[in-house]
Structure formats: structure tokens, C-alpha cells
Design a protein around this ligand. Sequence first.
Ligand code: SF4
Length: 219
Amino acid sequence: MEYLFEQPVHGSIGVQPYKITIAWRNGSFISDEPVKSGGQDLGPDPFTLLLSSLASCTLATLRMYIDRKHWDIADMEVNVNMYQTIVSGNMETTIDRDIKFISPVTEEQRKKLNDIAANCPVSKILQGDIKVRTFTHSDAALEKKINYSNEEGTVVWKPELCKHSGRCVSGLPKVFDVNAKPWINVDGATAERVAEQVSKCPTGALSYEVKKEVHPSSE
Ligand code: SF4
């Protein structure tokens, strides 16, 4: 299992409701809530961000397809909005997407582009099988450590911080195996690969210490 992004999207909030700094791989922006919900509307709210994702994926996917086909279609626009209703006690969300081609398109092109938009990657995510896994972590967790070493380095595991999400196990099963004893085998992969996987532990339960090189005395 490989994550889509090397660095996760990072969010942080202080005491000001509901100003949130979202950091992504190439910068950061503010998210907020509308004034009527207690925020200051300093940035897009979470629902707007969700719809923005669909809008941008739709247009990018159409642009790629049109360019590949060498069709002469320039500017396009999309409006995305949503509503929610309770159906048989369950919340049902409907997202409507309206795409407008500024340049003329044939009826055949319009139908094809409608299909392409309907199957853009974010559409597939929203309409597919989604799991959201949630883990909570606290800096106040106890500092108990267990070391697993070889000649190249030491994997340090802090069990109190481990939320058993299994990300290390699925990412590098030859090193991390909960059915083995000990459960971490530092010889199961190169030091670089072990260190890389350790750096992806979301809780800080894992760290990697490189052993200092010992140089023979020159005297
Ligand atoms: S990735 Fe980190 S938190 Fe998850 S199981 Fe491995 S050590 Fe524990």
C-alpha cells in the first residue's frame, strides 16, 4: 500500500474559531466557516473544498481528453453545488455538476465529454467505496521504548504511541510482522528502505537511528 502523496495534507487550528491552516506540498491556505456558522469566512469551508475538488478534477480531465483528441475546444466552465436530504432516516447527498462549453461542440462531442466528466478520478472516488480511517494521537503518551537493532541502525518503537494502524505492516511486511517474534526484523530490508517506512508512521511510534560509523584510528 502506497499513499498517493509523500507528505500528507496537514491541517492545524488554534483557539480562533474556525480558522484552519491547510498545508500542502507547495504552500498553504486558510479554510474557515461562514459568519453564520461562527467563522469569519477567511477561506473556503470544508464543503466548498470538497466541491472545488470535483470542479477542478472535472475540468482538468476534460482538458486532457480534448487535447488528446486535438479538438478545437477552448474555454470551459463548471458549476458544482450540492444538497442533502434525509431519506428513510439516512442523509443522502446529491451533487449537481453543470459544465458549459464556451466554444461550439457537436452533439456527439458533448455526449462523449459528458461521459468523460462523469468518470473523472474525483467523481469515481465520490461514487465509489470510500473508507475513512480515523486515529487519534497525543504527545502526552508514555515514553516507553523498545529497540530493534542491526549493524546499520536501530528501529525504536514506542508501544504507547502505536495505534496499530498497520501502515508499517502493509508498507513493509518483511520487516514489520505482527505475527512474528520479535515483530520488527530490521534485517528484512535495506536500512534506507526501513528508515523510509519508519518515517511514514503517523503517530511517531517508530523512529530510526543510524549507527555512527566507527573510523579506525589513524595513529
Ligand atoms: S505505522 Fe506506526 S502506529 Fe501504525 S502499526 Fe506501525 S508502528 Fe504502529
